[in-house]
Write a protein that binds this ligand. Structure first.
Ligand code: UTP
Length: 291
């Protein structure tokens, strides 16, 4: 059973400036919910009951979002807005949510290492706080948990990317063991297309056995002078099996502007109350060549 999840959400969000100058990128709305609420909902729908968010200075809005808001609740109640009241109350009761503060923004690996004492000696999930995984079937985290239950080893989410994009990602060199599962031989950070061992990009969601903390403590600073999660994974692979799983779904890294816009359109089109009007408007926009 995976009960605990860690959501790193402390980063600067420089790629989304100026929007992120005074608000966390994880709180940017997609359609009508902040990004990080989609992430929490995916974790909860996958069976997680305990969530640790790694935050930093300037991320207060995340704490407030997952706290109860008695004034707002009272006002909605008074106005008879039952649906809104229920949706607002649900946010703070979805899971046990805890916070820890990353003192210096030393990278994703460093952020995860802050979860060591909270997680203890059990396997746990990591969900990036700025990444929405959209799936029409099982939530992507649940797909990984099912793989973990078979392998009892760390499993990372993978997606196929075109070869001209491999240089942007951590890429897995793995043995195909069937049913979209790959046993990792190595992880290569941002390779050139010519050197890439595959087009399988890692990221967004992970299940780790607790040994990952030992390796996070041992690694030196890597690319960008940051403690890189991929470096710890590569070191862990020398002693422990690790797997990559090609999930069913679409990954949206909402921390970059193009993906942010795409996510709003894709998820907006899916909504019964907004989709038809949005689709009509998009068709007119395209037909009039106003783009
Ligand atoms: P990113 O690398 O996308 O976040 O990390 P960033 O550093 O905020 O991005 P830019 O380049 O400045 O735009 C993925 C996730 O890991 C968190 C981020 O908040 C994001 O949710 N993160 C990253 C941390 O928690 N701590 C860090 O030191 C770095």
């Amino acid at each position: 059973m995976i009960r605990k999840a860690v959501i790193p959400a402390a980063g600067f969000g420089t790629r989304m400036l100026p929007a992120t100058k005074s608000q966390p990128k994880e709180m940017m709305p997609v359609v009508d919910k902040p990004v990080i609420q989609y992430v929490v909902e995916e974790a909860v729908a996958s069976g997680v009951t305990d969530i640790l968010m790694v935050i930093s200075k300037g991320k207060r809005a995340i704490e407030d979002h997952f706290d109860r808001s008695y004034e707002l609740e009272a006002q909605l109640e008074e106005k008879g807005k039952a649906d809104l009241l229920a949706s607002v109350k649900r946010i703070s009761s979805m899971a046990n949510i805890h916070f820890v503060w990353q003192k210096e923004l030393n990278g994703l690996g460093d952020a995860i290492s802050y979860a060591k004492y909270h997680v203890g000696n059990e396997p746990f999930a990591v969900l990036l706080g700025d990444t929405i995984m959209d799936s029409l079937g099982d939530p992507v985290l649940l797909q990984l948990i099912e793989q973990y239950e078979m392998t009892k080893a760390s499993v990372v989410a993978m997606e196929r990317v075109s070869m001209d994009k491999v240089h942007r990602y951590g890429i897995i060199d793995g043995e195909d063991v069937g049913n979209d599962l790959f046993k990792a031989r190595s992880f290569v950070e941002k390779p050139n297309a010519a050197d890439a061992p595959s087009n399988l990009a890692i990221g967004g969601r992970y299940i780790f056995t607790p040994e990952i903390f030992t390796y996070l403590e041992q690694i030196d600073r890597g690319v960008n002078n940051e403690i890189q999660l991929t470096d710890a994974m590569r070191m862990m692979l020398q002693d422990h099996d690790m797997y990559g799983y090609v999930y069913e779904g679409t990954r949206y890294d909402v921390g970059n502007t193009l993906d942010f816009i795409k996510t709003n359109i894709a998820l907006g089109l899916r909504r019964a109350d907004l989709g038809p009007a949005l689709e009509d408007w998009l068709k007119v926009l395209m037909a009039n060549n106003r783009i």
